[in-house]
Design a binder for this molecule. Sequence first.
Ligand code: DOR
Ligand code: ZN
Length: 409
Amino acid sequence: MYTLVLSGPTYYQNKIQNLNIAIENQKISKLSKSKLKSEATIKTKDLILPGLIDPHVHFREPGNKHKETFRTGTCAAAAGGITTALDMPNNYRHITTKKLLQEKEKIVSKKAVIDYGLYLQAGIPSEADTPLMKYFLGFGSFDDYEKCYSKSTGVNVFHAEDPELFQEVENPTIYDHNTIHPPEAAEAACKFINSLYSKYQKPTHITHITTRQEVHTILPNITKGVTPPHLFLSIKNLDVLGTFGKVDPPLREEADRIYLLTHLDKIDCVGTDHAPHTPEEKEADYPAAKSGLPGIEDYISLLFTELHKGNLDLSTIVRLTHAGPAKIFGLKRGIATGNDADFTIIDRKKERIINVQDHFSKCGWTPYDGWKVRGEIQKTLVRGKTVFEKEVGILTRKWGKNLFKIDGK
Ligand code: DOR
Ligand code: ZN
């Protein structure tokens, strides 16, 4: 007799199969085509996917709680079907030391609804032995980055823009953002990252590819991520979004967006780069308006909309949202016995209009408001516990745990 069995059409071994999944002690304990006896059952007609992993979020806490908190951010993630999210270190005070990382862990561990990891910000060479390292080129010197990288023991994740190549424009508007942060700055940063990789061969990931040129420049062993804004928005959308469309790296030409969307076979994962700022912070004049877009709650629907249009297949979606990030960050992959019972259950055909009123994120706006999409998350299970259910909402105050060691030992 199992504690819980989840039954329904499941994406398993590259196809949809009717499965019964027994869950015991937060893990998958058996997979079967025939019925399994259990104390509780979740039976669904909707599609069961391996839990979505988002390797790039900004939940803002500690510090900028007026934009988001770890609780609202992880609630938004759960509502978006995400079971694990990796949080960036550019808090109000940047997380540059293991001591700060431990302090952050103390605060956020009390609030996490889903599982998570916390990045350390690279730049202090003596603090390089944590599992998740984030390099914001421009925050420190390239020499220090090299020292960090050479000593690193985890995954090195890069924001690839070389500030040396940023341009000046007189009386700039949002339409100049792509000139001020040009594609050449991204490409130059990729070349720097290539040189680090060639010298030290550490696990290396570039988190937001925005152009065709970067895809061609980056060495094959460096993994590549894309974000929803660079797949679904371009400078064309600035007429509607204005400064709300300001993000670093910037929205690019429509041709680059289409290139990325049609060459996802060259990309290893999607990270949302959920970067909430308040409407007041976004509507300031350029360049004062803050950079960054929210998007964690609807990215899976944006991908399923492309699937519905015939532009994407299910195996690509699962690779980009689960298997790819799991592989890059060393998390146990897929629906298999012994792995954490993390599942995303989606009504994949449901047509709906994105409405910011439905959102859990504190920032209160989305660039996709009013978009007609396909796919609606019905349930999100983290280690066997239903943390989100469509008709009910968030079902826990705290369930998430840090999946990565934070002391670096
Ligand atoms: O646009 C961005 N916003 N790019 C970043 O690198 C940081 C992010 C944020 O934290 O808002
Ligand atoms: Zn980011």
